[in-house]
Design a protein around this ligand. Structure first.
Ligand code: ATP
Ligand code: MG
Length: 223
């Protein structure tokens, strides 16, 4: 039996078509069940639903054999625990967005950086933000938040945020502008390293099928 860890929402929704291309259908819709373990049309494969930021943990510690995690979540987890125990064989090209710095409209980010000012930055991604600003030689005080980062500059709690941006609509609705792109983000297939050896006969064909599905999807993007 193989266990695949997914998070509800974007990751689940974008992974479903790839699974379907690989001939796999999930038996239930996470929106209409409270179950955390979902069967599939394959007797040897099940899906577990976990928080997005818990996917690397489940795969690392063997609660799942493989999973789908955003590069943001993966790199942040690596910074916290060294990144051992996980293979990352496939960029699935789904749940795409970017990690960026945003400030209130009119706030002079370039000027603050140039003057060597100390900037207060609110983010969920403290490790990635720390690395980014350290590489630029910018002095920052980081404020860890778990959500609604956009609110921090609006309440005067921070000068800037580091957050994921896709359309930019949420920033715009809150009077913020993207002032610097840190990195492009997409979701990755991750595999427990030990399972990849001990369950190679089951895992390798599944990883290959998902790689093919991701390639086919990027060649012919879904409408
Ligand atoms: P939780 O809701 O459990 O706190 P989360 O907010 O990280 O976790 P989602 O919003 O479902 O969960 O995001 C999951 C992943 O989707 C992110 O880690 C990221 O890789 C990707 N993603 C793509 N676009 C966006 C976006 N605009 N905002 C947030 N995440 C995005
Ligand atoms: Mg979210």
């Amino acid at each position: 039996m193989l266990t695949l860890a997914l998070s509800k929402g974007r990751i689940f929704d974008d992974t479903l078509p790839l699974l379907e291309r690989a001939g796999i259908t999930v038996a239930e819709d996470p929106q209409s069940t409270r179950k955390l373990i979902l069967g599939t049309n394959r007797a040897d494969l099940r899906v577990v639903l976990v928080r997005a930021s818990d996917v690397p943990t489940y795969v690392r510690y063997g609660g799942a054999d493989l999973g789908v995690a955003g590069l943001d979540v993966l790199l942040e987890a690596d910074a916290a625990d060294g990144g051992d125990g996980l293979y990352r064989p496939v960029d699935l090209g789904i749940a795409s967005c970017r990690l960026s710095v945003a400030t209130p409209q009119g706030w002079d980010y370039a000027g603050a950086v140039r003057q060597g000012a100390r900037i207060r930055v609110a983010t969920k991604y403290v490790h990635l933000a720390r690395e980014h600003f350290a590489a630029k030689g910018v002095h920052v005080d980081l404020v860890k938040l778990y959500g609604s980062m956009e609110l921090a500059p609006l309440t005067g709690m921070a000068d800037a945020i580091v957050d994921l941006v896709s359309s930019g609509g949420t920033l715009k609705a809150n009077g913020l502008v993207e002032v610097e792109r840190i990195m492009d983000i997409s979701a990755r297939l991750i595999v427990n390293q030990a399972a990849f050896k001990t369950q190679a006969a089951e895992l390798k064909p599944l990883v290959a099928a998902l790689r093919d599905a991701a390639q086919a999807a990027s060649a012919a993007p879904a409408a």
